[in-house]
Write a new protein. Structure first.
Length: 184
């Protein structure tokens, strides 16, 4: 969430609607559209929940917005890395209290302190899962139950191969990303 950007979009929206008494979703979409960041996170959320159709729709939306395929690829890699790290944490048996239907408040009280104490400062690098906001960790732990360690490793390998393909061939990145989404 970026306050400055949001305030700017709100100003744009107010200018767009003028004296209109009620602002509806169509007004918002026409005036400011979707943010790229929000749409990229919608893509990773759809993948985490194994919602292929929704993920493909969001991916198309990203392409329509002109988002560079390498940006999409980087976000997918980040998400899969977080899921793999969460899978490894769960499989290690070092976390207690992780349950399927755990809410965020319970996670903060019961699980997150254990993560901090188990991994200490060694896990606090910004690019690791443990270096993320507690809600990101919670989501990764919640979503990782849908994936095996082998699936996540295979996905990272596929994304690494895709990165090389994007940078060394003229193959269509959109098709490659769509295939990845369907396969994942």
């Amino acid at each position: 969430f970026q306050l400055h950007a949001t305030a700017g979009e709100l100003d744009t929206l107010l200018t767009y609607v003028g004296d209109k008494a009620v602002v509806d979703e169509a007004d918002v979409e026409a005036a400011v559209g979707r943010s790229r960041e929000g749409t990229i996170f919608a893509l990773t959320a759809a993948l985490d929940e194994k919602k292929c159709r929704e993920a493909l729709f969001v991916l198309k939306d990203l392409f329509d917005q002109g988002v560079n395929p390498l940006v999409i690829l980087a976000m997918l890699v980040r998400e899969i890395r977080h899921l793999l790290h969460a899978r490894l944490l769960v499989d290690s048996g070092r976390l207690s209290g992780v349950e399927r239907d755990m809410d965020y408040g319970r996670f903060q009280r019961q699980v997150y302190p254990g993560i901090k104490s188990a991994l200490g400062e060694s896990g606090k690098k910004e690019d690791t899962l443990v270096g993320q906001h507690p809600y990101v960790i919670y989501q990764a732990l919640k979503n990782t139950r849908r994936f095996s360690k082998a699936e996540l490793i295979a996905a990272l390998e596929a994304l690494a191969e895709m990165d090389l393909t994007f940078k060394s061939t003229a193959r269509d990145p959109a098709t490659a990303l769509e295939r990845f989404v369907v396969g994942f």
